[in-house]
Design a protein around this ligand. Structure first.
Ligand code: CA
Ligand code: CA
Length: 270
């Protein structure tokens, strides 16, 4: 496997898009950090174009650096959203058979044409997604294709309101990087400073921060809590992580997501 794999998703026609994330994750360094360059073009004049990818690497807690690429400033709300996905869980029916739907958390970042940071945190349940479902009908809907919030939809979204942080403004002609920490909540039973697999209470504490030169968190911008009753867990558990992209109409979204500081790392799947 190559040490560096660029994931390019741009320039493909709207209806032809099928495999937008290509190749294996980049693996480098002793901690096995994983990162991908992202590019997604939405040629449509309406709606969103969404990409979802599982990184197939399991962790109880993980942090990601999200780099929002340079923008042309032609759209008020910017080019779109890059999101860090965690707790990817297959949903099973009462007989234990996977239904195809998934539960997962998502922390999304973007910036408007003034360069102001926009952020939100969601927890989705029973959502239809797969690694190649950009532009498919069943994308961030329930398994029947019913949109979240519409009558009869079996999928749900916890919170997820996009807010603008006017104190955090960057030059849109240049990339900017923020850090997202997704940390298992509850008691660190063995007091080693980390809530590991089997410790904790099943909740998550999430922080979005500015970043220092060494990639550690600098200033906290916003925090979120996902309660255990929303995740359905009673203790910290390893789940796959992933990447979300959402290009707004007529826009090309570029950027990068890189994992750092991961807890209970297992083998990196290729
Ligand atoms: Ca320990
Ligand atoms: Ca511990």
């Amino acid at each position: 496997m190559k040490l560096s794999t660029k994931i390019l998703m741009g320039g493909m026609a709207l209806l032809m898009a099928s495999t937008m994330f290509i190749g294996c994750p980049e693996v480098a360094g002793e901690t096995g950090s994983i990162g991908e360059d992202l590019e997604l073009t939405n040629d449509s004049t309406t709606g969103y174009k969404r990409g979802y990818k599982s990184l197939k690497t399991k962790h109880t807690s993980a942090s990601a650096l999200i780099t929002l690429g340079a923008m042309n400033g032609k759209n008020d709300n910017g080019d779109g959203i890059i999101g860090f996905i965690y707790h990817i869980q297959d949903v099973s029916d009462s007989k234990g058979t996977p239904t195809g739907a998934k539960n997962f958390g998502l922390v999304g970042l973007g910036r408007n044409k003034e360069g102001q940071l926009m952020a939100y945190s969601s927890f989705f349940k029973k959502v239809a997604v797969d690694d190649t479902n950009i532009n498919k009908k069943k994308n961030f809907t329930d398994l029947k294709g019913v949109m979240i919030g519409e009558d009869g939809c079996e999928a749900t979204e916890y919170k997820g309101t996009l807010k603008t942080y006017t104190n955090y403004t960057s030059d849109i002609t240049k990339p900017v990087t923020y850090r997202v920490d997704v940390v298992a909540g509850g008691e660190d039973t063995d007091k080693d400073g980390k809530v590991e697999d089997g410790e904790g209470d099943g909740s998550y504490i999430i922080t979005v921060s500015t970043v220092k030169d060494d990639n550690s968190a600098d200033k906290k911008i916003v925090g979120y809590t996902i309660p255990a009753k929303e995740t359905g867990d009673t203790k910290a558990t390893q789940y796959d992580l992933g990447i979300y992209t959402n290009a707004y109409k007529g826009q090309t979204l570029t950027g990068r997501l890189e994992l750092v500081d991961i807890v209970n790392e297992t083998e990196v799947a290729e």
